[in-house]
Design a protein around this ligand. Structure first.
Ligand SMILES: *Cc1c(COP(=O)(O)O)cnc(C)c1O
Length: 395
């Protein structure tokens, strides 16, 4: 039975996109000097800030998540300054490596691949080195699906008497896992368009508060392109993007934010993702009882609602079956076998992306395809996974 019919991309980014977003982009080029596009931008920024829960500023860049990493560092961290990078997977190492290549003195605090960043160890590291200027924290590391406690880490930084900035990578999980930028004392948040925000990859966002703006003002120099100040407070429209606007991305994003902020509502979106993630976890617990796909993160409070990493010997066979026979593409295992920032796929892991434009239909379809694949391939797994998932959705 080859797959025939609709396809679903269940990788943790780019995520599935609503047809409405695609349709909003299917239009002729707009004028970039006057009219709808420039008129739309203030509302777009307002809604982006609502998603990050900040009254601060937002700068938009044409680029992917890596561009947002570089932008945040370029405005806050001069070569020779010191940063602390707690890591819970590949992406923490990636951001740290980006900093190191910019000449920033980077201390990595490794927390492995299955546990969140430990606030006590961060507090201790800040006490030992009071010259640390920023802590770079990945809220959800997409390789391991570990969720760290942003609020607890801020409290630890305060307890250490540190005046370091807390910079959070929410690329995987903005709009999915709860994040309260202002209330939790986060100074910088970076994210991209293609995960929780349901828009094609290609634009990214850096949110920053007053302390981060003061840090920027004290920098000797920031390159014209990366400087967030004119992007956040432009005197002319082109300064929002240091050049031509990402026209069609902005139309797509407008539609996505209408859905997320004005129709569903951010808190309802958090609750939807919570329920869908619980269905994934319930199915996984059932499979794992007899040697099937097993959750990478044991403690539910430390699991992301955006994506789930599972361990399974020969996971590639299952991924191939789901793609060929069921039209569902699962995420490859990433960074689970290797150390550091090297991107290498892990044959004994796979990931389910469940962020953004997903509902009971897509999640049950994904879990059902995995369950059928395990049976077809005679791979070990416990019974009752789909029963457990539907009970979790119903409960
Ligand atoms: C996807 C992702 C990135 C990288 O984003 P790109 O758009 O691929 O550059 C960084 N951090 C996290 C947590 C991610 O999920």
């Amino acid at each position: 039975m080859p797959s025939f019919g609709p396809e679903h991309l269940a990788i943790p980014g780019p995520s599935a996109m609503p047809d409405r977003v695609l349709r909003a982009m299917h239009r002729p080029s707009p004028n970039i000097y006057a009219g709808e596009l420039p008129d739309m931008l203030p509302g777009l920024k307002r809604d982006l800030k609502a998603v990050a829960r900040t009254a601060g500023e937002v700068a938009i860049y044409i680029g992917n998540g890596h561009a947002a990493w570089e932008a945040a560092l370029a405005n806050t961290s001069a070569p020779g300054s010191r940063i602390l990078v707690p890591t819970t997977g590949l992406f923490g190492h990636g951001w740290g490596e980006m900093a190191r290549r910019m000449g920033i003195e980077t201390t990595v605090l490794e927390f492995g691949k299955r546990a969140p960043a430990d606030p006590d160890r961060i507090e201790e590291a800040l006490r030992i080195d009071p010259t640390i200027g920023s802590v770079l924290l990945v809220q959800t590391d997409t390789s391991t699906s570990v969720l760290s406690d942003v609020r607890a880490i801020r409290a630890a930084m305060d307890a250490a008497g540190s005046d370091a900035l807390l910079q959070v990578d929410a690329i995987a999980c903005l709009g999915v896992d709860r994040l309260e930028m202002d209330e939790w004392g986060v100074d910088v948040v970076v994210t991209g368009s293609q995960k929780g925000l349901m828009t094609p990859p290609g634009v990214c966002f850096v949110f920053f508060g007053e302390r981060a703006a003061a840090r920027r003002a004290a920098m000797d120099r920031v390159s014209l392109y990366w400087d967030w100040t004119p992007r956040a407070q432009p005197e002319a429209f082109w300064q929002n993007f240091c050049g031509t606007a990402p026209t069609h991305h902005l139309f797509g994003l407008r539609e996505a934010l209408d859905i997320l902020v004005h129709e569903e509502g951010l808190e309802a979106a958090w609750a939807r993702h919570e329920r869908l993630a619980r269905a994934v976890w319930a199915a996984s617990d059932a499979w794992a009882e007899r040697g099937g796909p097993a959750l990478n993160v044991a403690e539910p409070a430390c699991r992301s609602r955006a994506t789930t990493t599972l361990g399974l010997r020969d996971a590639e066979r299952l991924r191939a079956w789901c793609e060929d026979r069921a039209g569902i593409t699962l995420g490859i295992g990433l960074g689970m076998q290797t150390e550091g920032a090297i991107q290498r796929s892990s044959p004994d892991h796979f990931r389910i992306g469940h962020m953004g434009h997903v509902n009971a239909q897509t999640i049950l379809g994904t879990l059902g395809a995995i369950d059928a694949g395990l049976k077809a391939l005679r791979m070990p797994h416990g019974p009752g996974a789909l029963e457990a998932a539907s009970a979790a959705l119903a409960g």
